[in-house]
Design a protein around this ligand. Structure first.
Ligand code: NDP
Length: 481
């Protein structure tokens, strides 16, 4: 059985304890590889390797660092088919999605930061008449920790690692224990790209042991984390007293506001995607759909029909549009929410049940599910399910729509469908979210700041924001005669 090993100081290693975790293929419900299970001792080794590599890497000319990142991007492209297949097997996502989104974006992350770092620099402030000159240096922090979730495994892992190493830091990183395969393959790519030993160290294992050891390590000076809000709170409690820099990208319960004056066909097909892409397991999915009452019934009929037409199937089949959920535990969590919905008197319009695929009866498949709610405060509309479950609710005025959208503890993203410019601008200003999409969804320009407000997170990733996060500014003040 394939072993997923740690990558520490440029070498592949099992855990010192020789403990392993089973790795499941969610499409088949079967164990298909085993993962080295790190504890604090392995994290310490990874830290030592990163610390040793830091002086030389942070002094490496930017052009050289940039070239290595570009080489990693090229190698991701060269291994496109292998990586897409690995991501699909490990996560349960349709291979078509891994090919369209996950793997191209992983390469784009390295390519983007290879270029961005060549344009990133400090500032100068000339105090005229005072014979004084100030300047700032953006200095690498040292050893930083990057922890990522299972939903977009390589995409989100590289979104952190690329800016961290571009800026001259060395890294101890942990992918989700549920989807470690492409991070393991990335380590092989880094060897081929001649990334110096110890610049990137990857430990595998559980959040509560390996992840916690990274967060609590006194010499790991910054933590970039993407995952659930409860985990983020726990991480903040551990890291804050150590005065670590923290970037927290957390959960969401994103509103999708549909007005009668929108481009209906574009809205409908995009809403199917924003609801069920990656089986609804994208933090940016629009899980609360609010529809203007004059088109509510028509939308409901059309949306149900389009959802029922989604091709649910084995993720590696090219035509599959909707694959398996990531794990048995997650499937059970999603199913439990359908029970909660029924107890709350919420109507199931379509879906709501586990599916047994003909040839893969043990896989973790669940129907794309549409619920109809009439009370925004129900648990279904307030708690993050992070699966293929969306709710519909009607509204009759702009004011009501805005209140419904903002009535949540989360604030990651929002989508608005309208052709009324005034309304789109008004809503964009008033909606409590880090990202607002108007007449589009998941449309990303990597230069823009990415992150949430309220309980969806702290700080921003993307563009120069991530390079700011992964550096410390130092002010130098010089006087002359
Ligand atoms: P978790 O919070 O469970 O885990 C995220 C990562 O943190 C995993 O690598 C996990 O390891 C690790 N971890 C868990 N506990 C600790 C700990 N105590 N200390 C350090 N690390 C720990 O999230 P999921 O993996 O379940 O991902 C789903 C969540 O991620 C959703 O809430 C979703 O909204 C959010 N998300 C947010 C995004 C954003 O950009 N805002 C983007 C994508 C997802 P392990 O898996 O081994 O337990």
């Amino acid at each position: 059985m394939q072993e997923i090993l740690h990558f520490i100081g440029g070498e592949f290693k099992a855990s010192q304890s020789n403990q392993w975790i089973d790795n499941y293929n969610p499409a088949e419900g079967k164990i298909y590889s085993k993962i080295a299970d790190a504890n604090h001792k392995d994290v310490e080794l990874a830290y030592q390797a990163a610390d040793k590599a830091f002086p030389a890497w942070s002094e490496t000319p930017i052009e050289k660092r940039s070239k290595i990142l570009l080489k990693i991007a090229d190698l991701i492209d060269e291994n496109f088919e292998t990586l897409a297949k690995a991501e699909s097997i490990d996560n349960g996502k349709p291979v078509s999605l891994a090919k369209a989104v996950d793997i191209p974006r992983a390469a784009a992350n390295f390519r983007f930061y290879a270029k961005a770092i060549t344009q990133f620099s400090g500032k100068a402030f000339e105090s005229q008449g005072l014979k004084t000159h100030n300047m700032t240096l953006n200095q690498a922090i040292g050893v930083v920790g990057c922890i990522s979730p299972w939903n977009l495994p390589l995409y989100l892992f590289t979104w952190k690692i690329a800016p961290a190493i571009a800026a001259g830091n060395t890294v101890v990183a942990k992918p989700s224990e549920i989807t470690p395969m492409t991070a393991f393959k990335l380590a092989e790519i880094c060897v081929k790209a001649d990334l110096p030993q110890g610049v990137l160290n990857i430990v595998h294992g559980r959040g509560q042991t390996a992840g916690q050891a990274i967060v609590a390590h006194p010499q790991i000076k910054a933590i970039s984390f993407t995952g659930g809000t409860a985990t983020g709170q726990h991480i903040a409690k551990t890291a804050a007293p150590l005065f670590k820099k923290m970037s927290l990208e957390l959960g969401g319960k994103n509103p999708n506001l549909i007005f009668a004056d929108c481009n209906y066909e574009k809205m409908l097909s995009t809403t199917v995607k924003s609801s069920f892409a990656n089986q609804g397991q994208i933090c940016l999915c629009g899980s609360r759909i609010y529809v203007e009452d004059s088109i509510y019934e028509q939308f409901k009929t059309d949306f149900i029909a389009k959802t029922k037409a989604l091709k649910i199937g084995y993720p590696l089949e090219a035509s599959t549009e909707f694959g398996a959920l990531v794990s048995k535990e997650h499937l059970e969590k999603v199913a439990a929410y359908i029970k909660i919905a029924q107890e709350e008197g919420v109507k199931v319009l379509t879906g709501g049940k586990q599916i047994q695929l003909k040839d893969h009866k043990e896989g973790y498949y669940f129907e794309p599910t549409i619920l109809e709610v009439d009370n925004n405060n129900c648990r279904i509309n307030q708690e993050e399910i992070f699966g293929p479950v969306v709710s519909l609710m009607k509204f009759s005025s702009d004011e009501e729509a805005l209140n419904l959208a903002n009535e949540t503890t989360y604030g990651l993203s929002a989508t608005i469908w309208t052709n009324n410019l005034n309304r789109s601008m008004r809503f964009s200003q008033k909606i409590e979210a880090g990202i607002v999409w108007v007449n589009t969804w998941l449309n990303r320009d990597l230069r823009t700041p990415f992150g949430g407000i309220k309980q969806s997170g702290l700080g921003r990733e993307g563009g120069f924001e991530a390079l700011e996060f992964f550096t410390e500014q130092k002010n130098i003040c010089i006087t002359f005669e």
